[in-house]
Design a protein. Structure first.
Lengths: 286, 263
């Protein structure tokens, strides 16, 4: 017994967080999985009988389209963020000079400003009535307000707008940590800048790219604020469904099924990223 | 050479464009908070009336107070728990260590909406506690303690641990060692995680919205209700200034702390 106790010296340290994660992450997740296999009756009462109805309902209706579309929006967001974020980070590392810190801060600060407010700011800008419309009408450029919101493009733009910093910052960190002598060596060995980028720089920073992808693709996939604020709940995503079933309708089992599908998809993605990107992807996460 | 120069200018314009797109909406929002135009669409003369109005709205002040309370509690508990866990994960090899590492990573990697929904289920169906500040704080800690774990863990690897051994050799008990050696050494990382967690918790709407219940107001929830019902939306602009200024202060603080860590 004494021996057992002395062997548990780690418990006072990892115990609290371990217990917390068990209680508020793992068990709730388990309960959600359970709920997704039962159904709810009148007044949102849970009927504890095994059923696949929730999944059937999700896979055989327009809701499946919403799930697929969320994935598509998230992928588009991720690709755009990568195509903007990588060159941007690359440029700042190489040519940032004395503006480096300012440019970096200019990317960090938006990631700390409330998403809700940033999306709201976009809506004030592009809405009807909105700032762009009121300026254009005032100048006489247009005669009636342009409708820019409440369509898929607006929603995806909102996702890019919100999640870009989370893609760019890990890439920046991995580019900044790049060993410059390797780049010089490749030049000495006669590599063209083009070849150097694809054979040296990109492979060495792929951990940053995968970390950025985890931080951008997954939140975008589960986002419900951009569809709500810029899509006006006319463009729905998976997160909107979760909100709909949990908050508006009160059908927990159906909502739980959406959450379970979302989680399964995300865990699969993370598994693939770690396989492709290696441990570095995880280390670069924080 | 001329082509190179043009390419250079194009690159610069590209960089500037990204920052303009990223910042313009929020900057305009803040600028128009000083405009007397009630809808906040045009510049119509300088005024501070919207700020005065916010300061004179008891509900807004109440929401701000609640938010500060929730975020402070969540930040303190998360950083303490996270630091202890990071220490345990780094110092000891035990069964289930990698499983624990993976589970701690979970709340950071699954979508927020899933964390929010599973907690909502847990609160209402399993432990049946009423929604309110307790549930919001639990939700915030669930998300932010893992952040603290990994930030402190990153620092642990770069620390010279001989001091700790020396302190133990000299007969200091564990508590004294923590107070005199471990905490001072980890302090920059602890402060950085607090500086990251506080604004995150203060800003969070996505998770809070699910576990807040009726009548519980944090600032983001108050803003959301204003967005839907307020007839003078420019009031939101005035509140948003707080949300822009706070991260800038936070960034300056973190930069300062990181400089300290490297020296």
């Amino acid at each position: 017994m004494v021996k057992f106790l002395t062997k548990q010296v780690h418990l006072p340290y990892v115990g609290p967080v371990g217990l917390w994660v068990l209680l508020f992450v793992l068990i709730p997740m388990g309960v959600a999985v359970y709920l997704s296999f039962v159904t709810s009756g009148p007044h949102s009462r849970i009927i504890h009988e095994f059923t696949l109805d929730n999944y059937r309902a999700l896979f055989t209706s327009a809701r499946l389209l919403i799930l697929a579309r969320s994935f598509q929006y998230a992928v588009v967001t991720n690709v755009v963020c990568l195509l903007v974020g990588y060159p941007l980070a690359y440029w700042i590392v190489r040519h940032g000079g004395r503006f480096k810190l300012l440019l970096l801060g200019g990317m960090i600060v938006p990631s700390w400003i409330s998403q809700l407010l940033r999306l709201y700011a976009l809506r004030r800008l592009a809405g009807d009535p909105g700032i762009i419309n009121s300026v254009l009408l005032g100048l006489g450029v247009i005669s009636s307000p342009v409708k820019m919101l409440f369509n898929p493009t607006a929603v995806v733009f909102g996702l890019i707008f919100v999640w870009l910093p989370f893609m760019m910052l890990p890439i920046y960190a991995s580019l900044e940590g790049l060993d410059q002598s390797l780049l010089e060596a490749s030049v000495d060995l006669g590599a063209t800048p083009f070849k150097r980028f694809f054979t040296v720089t990109l492979p060495l920073t792929k951990g940053g790219v995968f970390a950025g992808t985890i931080l951008c693709l997954i939140p975008a996939f589960g986002d419900w604020l951009s569809p709500l604020i810029l899509g006006g709940d006319r463009v729905l995503m998976a997160g909107s469904l979760v909100r709909l079933y949990f908050i508006s309708v009160g059908n927990f089992p159906l909502g739980a099924a959406v959450a379970v599908i979302l989680t399964a998809a995300v865990l699969l993605m993370i598994y693939i990223f770690i396989k492709l990107g290696g441990e570095e992807a995880i280390e670069r996460l924080v | 050479m001329k082509a190179g120069k043009i390419a250079d200018i194009i690159q610069r314009l590209g960089v500037i464009l990204v920052y303009v797109v990223l910042w313009m909406p929020i900057v305009i929002l803040v600028i128009l908070s000083f405009s007397s135009h009630a809808i906040g669409l045009r510049w119509q003369g300088f005024t501070l009336q919207w700020y005065v109005q916010v300061l004179n709205t008891p509900k807004a002040m109440e929401a701000l107070k609640n938010s500060l309370f929730v975020s402070t509690v969540a930040t303190v508990i998360s950083t303490i728990g996270g630091t202890l866990a990071a220490y345990g994960l780094y110092k000891y090899k035990f069964r289930g260590r990698s499983a624990l590492r993976m589970s701690v990573l979970l709340p950071i990697t699954i979508p927020y909406v899933v964390t929010a929904a599973t907690l909502l289920i847990f609160f209402t169906q399993v432990i049946r506690i009423p929604m309110g500040y307790i549930t919001i704080i639990i939700a915030h800690i669930t998300f932010s303690a893992p952040l603290a774990v990994f930030i402190v863990l990153g620092r642990m690897a770069r620390v010279d641990w001989t001091l700790e051994e020396a302190s133990a050799d000299l007969g200091a008990d564990k508590l004294t060692t923590w107070r005199k050696v471990i905490v001072p050494v980890l302090l920059p990382a602890i402060m950085i995680s607090a500086a990251l967690i506080f604004p995150w918790s203060f800003n969070d709407f996505t998770i809070t919205y699910f576990v807040a219940g009726v009548g519980t107001m944090t600032l983001p929830i108050y803003i959301f209700s204003l967005m839907q019902y307020c007839r003078t939306p420019v009031v939101i602009n005035a509140i948003s200034s707080v949300f822009v200024v706070l991260p800038i202060i936070g960034l300056l603080l973190v930069t300062f702390l990181q400089r300290k860590e490297t020296t």
